[in-house]
Design a protein around this ligand. Structure first.
Ligand SMILES: [Zn+2]
Length: 109
């Protein structure tokens, strides 16, 4: 739950309370859904192991030996991969021919 007090969309004052998942304004009586204030704008951001947001074209370093699916090779700790692409899904980083998880990567600046 957010600890910040939302402002009333109608009278723009912060004097309100939550009742039955609704914000209720104490001033003008306006009601609005409480979950509006809880949606996070960062929901779609892919972050590395440090919580740094990643972007297309970034260079990352592998922080853990990784088995490569379908191959006998492994990616070693410290391997740098340039020009990553963000993808959605369990393996959310495309790095050349590899699909990796962002939690095992660290952005290199
Ligand atoms: Zn109000």
């Amino acid at each position: 739950m957010s600890t910040t007090t939302p402002t009333c969309p109608q009278c723009t004052l912060e004097d309100n309370h939550i009742q039955d998942a609704q914000h209720v304004c104490n001033i003008c009586g306006y009601e609005w859904p409480a979950n509006i204030a809880e949606t996070s704008p960062d929901e779609d951001v892919i972050r590395d192991s440090n919580g740094t947001p990643l972007a297309d074209g970034d260079t990352v370093m592998i922080i853990k030996d990784l088995k490569v699916k379908g191959g006998s090779n492994a990616l070693k700790v410290g391997t740098k991969i340039k020009n990553i692409r963000l993808r959605s899904g369990d393996h959310d980083i495309e790095a050349g021919s590899y699909m990796l998880k962002s939690e095992f990567l660290r952005k290199v600046s």
